[in-house]
Design a protein around this ligand. Structure first.
Ligand SMILES: Nc1ncnc2c1ncn2[C@@H]1O[C@H](COP(=O)(O)OP(=O)(O)OP(=O)(O)O)[C@@H](O)[C@H]1O
Ligand SMILES: [Mg+2]
Length: 134
């Protein structure tokens, strides 16, 4: 069982993962509401070398980030009202990117692409999370 990590430790883990993932990685970020999936995604992108957030509004499903290794996309499937809405996403572009992070992949149902990495954030208490998978 993984050890409980505080926020700084989770972010450090996410940054180092971002730096080391091979190009073309598809990362699922799972965990209950408020577990820290978006926080993890942002730290992972920072570790990838993405400095500027994309121009997309906060409510968008797809967030694009231009990084030194290519395009990175952060998909927040919570925003899908039904899995079928995922059919409208440009999967060809998303899967050709350097990195695709998918938050709430279960909300995309069968449209969620097979992950190369699957991480679960499990709340332990207000200040600690377990990170399972990698
Ligand atoms: N590893 C952590 N340890 C402690 N607190 C954290 C951790 N990660 C995030 N938080 C805090 O938890 C709150 C929710 O974080 P975040 O928005 O990243 O979660 P989420 O899983 O993306 O939520 P949602 O289910 O709404 O998408 C924020 O206030 C954040 O600062
Ligand atoms: Mg989130």
């Amino acid at each position: 069982m993984s050890v409980p990590l505080d926020l700084a430790a989770v972010e450090a883990h996410a940054r180092s993962l971002g730096a080391s993932l091979p190009g073309g990685s598809v990362v699922w970020l799972e965990g209950p509401m408020g577990a820290g999936k978006t926080t993890f995604a942002r730290a992972l992108l920072a570790g990838r070398g993405v400095t500027e957030p994309g121009a997309s509004p906060s409510y968008a499903i797809v967030h694009h980030h231009a990084g030194p290794r290519g395009d990175a996309y952060h998909l927040d499937c919570w925003r899908l009202r039904a899995p079928d809405e995922a059919a409208d996403l440009d999967w060809e572009t998303l899967l050709a990117a350097d990195l695709l992070l998918i938050e709430w992949p279960e909300r995309a149902g069968a449209y969620a692409p097979v992950p190369t990495h699957r991480l679960q954030l499990i709340p332990v208490d207000a200040d600690h999370r377990r990170v399972v998978g990698g």
